[in-house]
Design a protein around this ligand. Structure first.
Ligand code: ADP
Length: 480
């Protein structure tokens, strides 16, 4: 297959670096997707300065211009969805069907925020004082730094870049090192859709260099980050210390409650989809199945049966349902957790083995532990791979308590045919998103996404709620 060199986009120009990084296909380690430029501190500063200059005009640009640009980006992504999905699956390893879904979602996000450009509103209010009127409007915040992870190489960048530009901000985008190709493809589309020089900048490279420079630079008004909890905390402390705006989306340890009255087929399908699709590498993946005792054994048998039918293999193979783990480091980490689960006394009900396929890659069986409990590390810490555990409970009340017994709070789900329990769970689950008879992962593009506690910090992403982060409010008094 073709190899490429992926460059930065700084002030409207494609630019390389002395140091290059290799982008390797996790389904086939002999397949080099391309080499990417690794940006340095000066290149990052140049991008920030270009964005600062461009902000003067972009922040006042006609909303029609912004609409046209974002709409064109969305159209091109959708028109090239098959090719972009292949590239994504090749560099990240998710199965082609999942990659296609992600690319379509990215296109839809750009279309949604194109619409938001021409739907921006404010308030006009009466004043409490005689002869005075009040207006409340939203204005862009300035240069925003967008730092993204490897697990959704196009959708997460899309849901940060599209609202940032729609509301009149300028952008410096730093994608994860493992997925520069999708980021480059997106930057190329935005550039050709007519983003003026400096409005949108891409700097590829390391978190410790490009990311840190963005986080510490006083001209970066806001940082939106998705990634691991440790990195998120570190970023937040630095941005807050300099009075910047920050938004974090981090990990999850998402519970799926299954009650005795659940439809068994629905429960097993929701569980397998939520835990193992996309190789479990989703922050919304279900990792704890909390199951009442009357259905427990039947549920485990049904899930194990489905797991046995999941084809693990090369992401581009059309039979594949579960692609490889993204890289060696991540594979080692997940395997370490499998060892920890066994040592802690959980029972391995399925999987746990590394698999050999025709090509060299990081293939791992989807893995299920039973006899787990909330004090075990496999039930407490985010594993971020195709591993889930089952915790048996007596009744709904215990299930809810166990579900909420976590430092995270992104997504949670319940499978039940009882309206009473579904309603109670909706209200009392400590998470930003709740799914009833649906997988904990898999969300719409037009509504808010985010969590509570250790999962998220700052205002929500996506939908109209994105305006909260990407704008600042101005209150104007007019005396007549
Ligand atoms: P993961 O473990 O999934 O790679 P990280 O939180 O390390 O998650 O990475 C998410 C994103 O944050 C990546 O783009 C990465 O390069 C970036 N990053 C990592 N460390 C830092 C840092 N110290 N400052 C800013 N960005 C960082």
């Amino acid at each position: 297959m073709m190899q490429c060199q992926y460059k930065h986009l700084i002030n409207g120009q494609w630019e390389s670096s002395e140091t290059l990084g290799a982008n390797i296909n996790p389904s086939d380690l002999d397949d080099l997707v391309g080499n990417y430029a690794q940006g340095d501190q000066q290149q990052t500063i140049n991008a920030i300065e270009a964005a600062k200059t461009a902000f003067q005009s972009w922040s006042c640009s006609p909303i029609q211009q912004r609409f046209d640009m974002l709409d064109a980006v969305g159209s091109e992504i959708l028109a090239r969805k098959d090719e972009l999905a292949k590239l994504l699956a090749r560099e990240e390893g998710k199965a082609l069907s999942d990659a296609l879904g992600e690319v379509i979602r990215a296109g839809q996000i750009f279309k949604f925020f194109a619409g938001e450009c021409v739907r921006q509103t404010g308030d006009k209010l009466a004043s409490t004082r005689q002869g005075m009127e009040v207006e409340v409007t939203r204005e862009p915040v300035g240069v925003v730094g967008l730092i993204t992870p490897w697990n959704f190489p196009i959708a997460i960048p899309a849901w940060k870049i599209a609202p940032a530009l729609a509301y009149g901000n300028t952008v410096v985008f730093k994608p994860a090192e493992l997925v520069p190709a999708s980021a480059w493809a997106l930057a190329d589309i935005i550039h050709r859709a007519g983003a003026p020089a400096g409005v949108f900048n891409l700097v590829l490279g390391k978190g410790s260099i490009v990311g840190e420079t963005l986080v510490n630079h006083l001209d970066v008004a806001a940082i939106s980050f998705t990634g691991s909890e440790g990195t998120g905390r570190n970023i937040a402390s630095k941005v807050v210390a300099r009075m910047g705006k920050v938004q974090l989306e981090m990990g999850g340890k998402n519970p799926l409650v299954v009650l005795d009255d659940a439809d068994l087929e629905v429960a097993a399908e929701v569980a397998v989809n939520g835990a193992f699709y996309a190789t479990g590498q989703r922050c919304t993946a279900s990792s704890r199945f909390i199951v009442t005792k009357g259905i427990h054994d039947r549920f485990v048998a049904a899930v194990v049966n489905k797991m046995g039918k999941l084809e693990v293999g090369h992401a581009l193979d059309t039979n594949t349902k579960i692609g490889p783990v993204v890289d060696k480091k991540q594979l080692d980490n997940v395997c370490q957790y499998i060892r920890v689960g066994k040592d802690e006394g959980a029972k391995l009900a399925f999987g746990g083995e590394i698999l050999q396929r025709k090509t060299k890659g990081f293939f791992l069986q989807p893995t299920l532990f039973t006899q787990a409990n909330s004090s075990m590390r496999i039930a407490k810490e985010e594993i971020f791979g195709p591993v889930a555990c089952v915790i048996k409970v007596a009744d709904y009340e215990e299930a809810l308590a166990v579900a909420n017994d976590t430092v995270f709070g992104l997504s949670s789900g319940i499978v039940t045919t009882s309206l009473k329990y579904a309603n109670h769970f909706k209200r009392h689950a400590h998470s930003g998103m709740v799914m009833v008879n649906a997988p904990t992962a898999g969300v719409d593009y037009h509504v808010p996404f985010g969590g509570r506690n250790g999962s998220s910090y700052g205002s929500r992403e996506q939908g109209r709620y994105a305006a909260e982060f990407y704008t600042t409010v101005k209150t104007v008094y007019i005396a007549s």
